[in-house]
Design a protein around this ligand. Structure first.
Ligand SMILES: [Zn+2]
Length: 583
C-alpha cells in the first residue's frame, strides 16, 4: 500500500511519479531533500524511528552481500515495521518484496552500476518483486551521464552523493562523461555555478555544477518520458559509455520486462536512427504480430512487394500512388522497410508503421537485410500467394527479397529497371499484372478492419469478431456496423479499432480471448483508478483495448498501465473508459 507515491505517466519501464510529502516531488528526481536515513537506529536501538511526514524515512536495515544464502538472510532480515509515515525499505534483489513501504532502496548500487548485465539483473529482479506503484531508489551512483539509463530501467529516485564526491575530486560531470577540471578550456554549461571564468572555477563550484547538471538531466528525462521518447534519446546518449550501451542492450535481450511495460501505440514519432532500433519492443512486436496474428485476405492474388516511402502513411505518398496506379490494385501491396520489416497494406496506419522516421542512406547494412528478410520469410511461410511480383530496386531491397524467397517454389518476377518510379519500371509493373482482377475499395476496407482486429486482438479475431459487417464512413475513418449497430471505429492516428459497448459485448461473447479489468461494485465516472480494480489480465499492455466488468458496470476503454500494475497499484489511473453502462 503506497500512500505517498503515485505513478502519473509511463513509457516502457520508465515512469514519471509524484512523491507526495509536504511538498510534492515529481520523479525521477534527486531525493536528497526528502530522504532521511534512519539506518543506524537498527544497530543502536533496534527501535522503529519516529518518522517525519515531510520526508521518506529509510527504515532500519542491515545490508547483506549479494548471494547470501536466503536462510541466513531470513534469519537476520529485519521485520519491516508497519509504519504510518512515509517510508523506504532497504532491499537486495533477493529480499525485495512488498514490505508495505512507499519506496525501496536497492542496496549495493555502486557494486552493479557500471556493469551492464549485473545492473540489468539487479534492477529487473527488484522491480519485478516490489509493487509497481512504489518508488525504486538507487543511492550513491547517479551522474548526468547514467541517469537517463537509470530512469529507463525503472529507477524513480536517486541522490546527489556521487555527483558531489566527483566534484570534490575535481571531476566536471556532463551528460557525455566527465572531465578533469585542469583539462577544461572553457565551461560548456550555462548553470549559475559555471557563470565564471575557467580560471576562477574551483572544486566547490564543480560540486554545484555537478548537482545542477544532474538535476537538469533529470528534467530532460521526465520530459522525454512524458513525450514517449526516452528510448530515442538513450539510443544515442548511451553510446558515450560502453557499460551504458551494454546495459541498454541487455534490457532489449530481456524482452519480457520491457515488452510488458511498452505501450501498444504512441503519438510520438519514433526515431529509427541506429541498429538498435530493430531490437526495440515496438519493432519486434509489430514484426511478431504481422507474422503470427495477421492473415492476408488477398492471398489468392499476387503479392506486390514494394519499397517503403519516406512520406507516411505509405498509401498517401507520391511513389506508392504511382505504384498503385500502375498496378491498378491488381495485387496485394506489401511494403518492405527497415527497421519495421514487412507492412501489409491493411496495416499501414497501425503503430509504428506510420510513426517512425528512419535515416535513409540508400544503402542497407547486413543486419538490416537479415532482419527484413527474416520477417518477410516468416510472413511468406504462412501464406500461399500464387505469384510474387517484386517492384524493388536492385539494392538492399532486392537482397531482402532474394534471401527471403531463395527456397520457394513460386518464382519472383522483378519489375524494376533503374528506379521504381521510372516510366519503364512502372510499365513493367503494369504489364506483369495485366489480366489480374483489381481489389475493390470495399474489399480493401473490409480486409483492413479484419486485419487490424487480428493485429490488435489475436489470430483469427478479425473473422471471429466480424464475420459479417458493413463499413461506413470514408477510409480511414471507417466505422464497423453490424445489423445497423456500430461495433467499432478505426482510429486513423494509430491504426487501431476502438470498440463500442456493443462491440465489447461481441468480444466477450466470442472465442477471442478478452482482456478484462474486473472492478469493484461501482459505475466508473471518468477514469478507473487502481484501488477500484479487483483483478486484471496479466497480458494487458498500456494502450490495449480492455473490457471493464463489475457487479454494477460493464464498459470498454483503453488501458493506461500494464495488467500487473493495475493489480499491484493502490494509486493512479489504470483505465480510461470510453463507454460504460450500468447493469
Ligand atoms: Zn554548470
Amino acid at each position: 500500500m503506497t500512500e505517498h507515491f503515485e505513478v502519473v505517466a509511463r513509457d516502457g519501464a520508465a515512469r514519471v511519479g509524484d512523491l507526495r510529502l509536504a511538498d510534492s516531488l515529481r520523479t525521477p528526481a534527486v531525493g536528497d531533500d526528502v530522504l532521511a536515513d534512519a539506518g543506524s537506529l537498527w544497530t543502536d536501538e533496534r527501535s522503529v524511528p519516529e518518522g517525519d511526514p515531510e520526508r521518506l524515512t529509510v527504515l532500519p536495515n542491515r545490508g547483506f552481500p549479494r548471494g547470501t544464502a536466503p536462510e541466513v538472510e531470513d534469519a537476520f532480515a529485519p521485520d519491516y515495521p508497519d509504519v504510518d509515515f512515509p517510508s523506504a525499505a532497504v532491499v537486495t534483489p533477493d529480499t525485495a518484496g512488498d514490505h508495505g513501504a512507499d519506496a525501496y532502496v536497492l542496496s549495493g548500487a555502486p557494486g552493479f552500476v557500471g556493469h551492464g548485465s549485473a545492473f540489468v539483473d539487479a534492477v529487473i529482479e527488484t522491480r519485478e518483486s516490489i509493487p509497481d506503484d512504489t518508488a525504486l531508489v538507487l543511492s550513491g551512483v547517479a551522474t548526468p551521464e547514467n541517469v537517463p539509463l537509470l530512469a529507463y530501467a525503472g529507477v524513480d529516485l536517486v541522490d546527489a552523493d556521487r555527483a558531489v564526491v566527483r566534484g570534490t575530486q575535481g571531476r566536471y560531470l556532463t551528460t557525455d562523461g566527465e572531465t578533469r577540471l585542469e583539462d577544461l578550456d572553457e565551461l560548456p554549461c550555462p548553470c549559475p555555478a559555471c557563470a565564471t571564468s575557467v580560471a576562477d572555477f574551483d572544486r566547490e563550484d564543480c560540486v554545484d555544477h555537478n548537482v545542477n547538471a544532474l538535476r537538469a538531466e533529470l528534467a530532460r528525462v521526465r520530459q522525454r518520458i512524458g513525450a514517449g521518447s526516452l528510448r530515442d534519446y538513450l539510443e544515442g546518449q548511451s553510446r558515450f559509455q560502453p557499460w551504458l550501451t551494454a546495459a541498454f542492450r541487455g534490457f532489449d535481450q530481456q524482452w519480457g520486462y520491457l515488452e510488458e511495460r511498452t505501450p501498444v501505440f504512441r503519438s510520438a514519432t519514433m526515431a529509427a536512427t541506429t541498429g538498435d532500433a530493430t531490437r526495440r519492443v515496438e519493432i519486434r512486436r509489430f514484426a511478431d504480430r504481422v507474422t503470427s496474428r495477421y492473415r492476408p485476405r488477398f492471398a489468392d492474388r499476387p503479392i506486390l512487394l514494394v519499397p517503403c516511402s519516406a512520406g507516411k502513411p505509405y498509401g498517401q505518398s507520391k511513389s506508392h500512388s504511382r505504384f498503385q496506379d500502375a498496378a491498378n490494385y491488381r495485387a496485394h501491396k506489401v511494403s518492405l522497410t527497415s527497421p519495421i520489416g514487412v507492412v501489409p497494406r491493411e496495416l499501414e496506419l497501425t503503430y509504428p508503421a506510420q510513426h517512425y522516421d528512419a535515416a535513409v542512406t540508400g544503402r542497407w547494412d547486413a543486419e538490416e537485410v537479415r532482419f527484413v528478410a527474416d520477417v518477410l520469410a516468416r510472413y511468406l511461410d504462412r501464406t500461399d500467394y500464387p505469384r510474387i511480383v517484386a517492384h524493388v530496386p536492385d539494392d538492399g531491397y532486392r537482397q531482402v527479397v532474394e534471401r527471403a524467397t531463395a527456397d520457394r517454389d513460386v518464382p519472383v518476377e522483378y519489375t524494376v529497371d533503374g528506379h521504381p518510379t521510372d516510366a519503364d519500371s512502372l510499365a513493367a509493373l503494369a504489364g506483369a499484372l495485366e489480366g489480374e482482377r483489381s481489389i475493390r475499395v470495399s474489399e480493401n476496407e473490409r480486409a483492413t478492419v479484419r486485419a487490424v482486429a487480428d493485429y490488435q486482438f489475436g489470430e483469427g479475431a478479425g473473422d471471429d469478431l466480424f464475420p459479417d459487417f458493413e463499413t461506413t464512413g470514408r477510409h480511414p475513418k471507417q466505422r464497423v456496423v453490424v445489423d445497423g449497430e456500430q461495433m467499432a471505429a478505426l482510429v486513423p492516428e494509430y491504426g487501431v479499432l476502438a470498440l463500442t459497448l456493443a462491440g465489447a459485448r461481441r468480444w466477450v461473447d466470442s472465442d477471442v480471448p478478452t482482456r478484462r479489468v474486473e472492478i469493484d461494485d461501482f459505475v466508473p465516472q471518468g477514469s478507473v483508478l487502481a484501488p477500484g480494480v479487483v483483478d486484471a489480465d496479466r497480458d494487458i499492455r498500456p494502450g490495449d483495448e480492455v473490457v471493464i466488468e463489475g457487479p454494477s458496470a460493464f464498459g470498454v476503454g483503453r488501458a493506461t498501465a500494464h495488467g500487473a500494475a493495475m493489480v499491484e497499484s493502490s494509486r493512479g489511473m489504470v483505465v480510461q473508459p470510453r463507454h460504460v453502462a450500468e447493469r
